[in-house]
Design a protein around this ligand. Sequence first.
Ligand code: AMP
Ligand code: ZN
Ligand code: FE
Ligand code: FE
Length: 290
Amino acid sequence: MIDLHLHTTASDGRLTPAQLVARVAAAGVTTMSVTDHDTVASIAEVTALATPLGIRVVPGIEITAVDSGRDVHMLAYFIDPTNPVLAAFLERQRSLRVSRVRDIGARLAGLGLPVNLDDLFASALERPGSSIGRPQIARALVAAGHVGSVQEAFEKLLGTGQPAFVPRTGPSPADVVHLVHEVGGIASMAHPAVTRRDDLIGPLAEQGLDAIEVYHSDHTPEDEREYLNLAIRHHLAVSGGSDFHGDDGGGKPSGLPGDKRARRSTLGVVALPAEAFATLEARARARQVR
Ligand code: AMP
Ligand code: ZN
Ligand code: FE
Ligand code: FE
């Protein structure tokens, strides 16, 4: 089983690299990629732990880009985690995240819902190079008793347009595609059925976008068919993975039709077919010899 979308405590996942590797091995994964938000901090440890178990680790990352004030998550694979250009770019991404978390903290305090940001930053410091974001604030809001769940924190406070929402600044998706190529990787637009920016796929394909993430825990079978067709139309490869953040990481399903959030906290349900992975890998090789 191939799972190219996993998170650890280096970003907003709940499992450490060692815990994740144990879970992934138990789920029968044979090829994996840790794609933490704007950090490569877990890749070395995951690779060192998974390789002796016979699990192949593809170096990966999920980079947050911005278009028209909306977040667009861009996955990258076959990157060199030690590349200095990539490292400098990610430092900048993480410092933007820290400022945003401070701004969100100020909003929450203004709303009479203070959270201790120093605790958040202190736990991030325990893992050098780690990134912080809204999920950690959501957990702090739950711990402080301000909301009942992470899901509620997003719905009432942190989500787009909610009272503690702070717009993000950052690179465009096209900037990210170019950066990823510059550092020898390939770029895939993450969970397009969640992002809902199909308008970007054609133009990004012209800019060299390599793939779109067709298989994802939040995608329905209809979404898979739709994006498989889009990939074919734009000559794009296909990526896929669970986007596992740890148990209960995705919140409770709302009961609405198509709400697949329960699957996000499950490993071993969503997988990338081997042929699709072979195509993705061939793309990466073609880019690297260029
Ligand atoms: P940030 O990186 O600060 O923009 O936070 C975005 C992350 O929060 C996403 O990658 C998801 O893991 C998580 N997230 C976004 N929306 C929700 C939601 N409604 N419920 C739970 N987690 C969410
Ligand atoms: Zn996340
Ligand atoms: Fe994402
Ligand atoms: Fe993700």
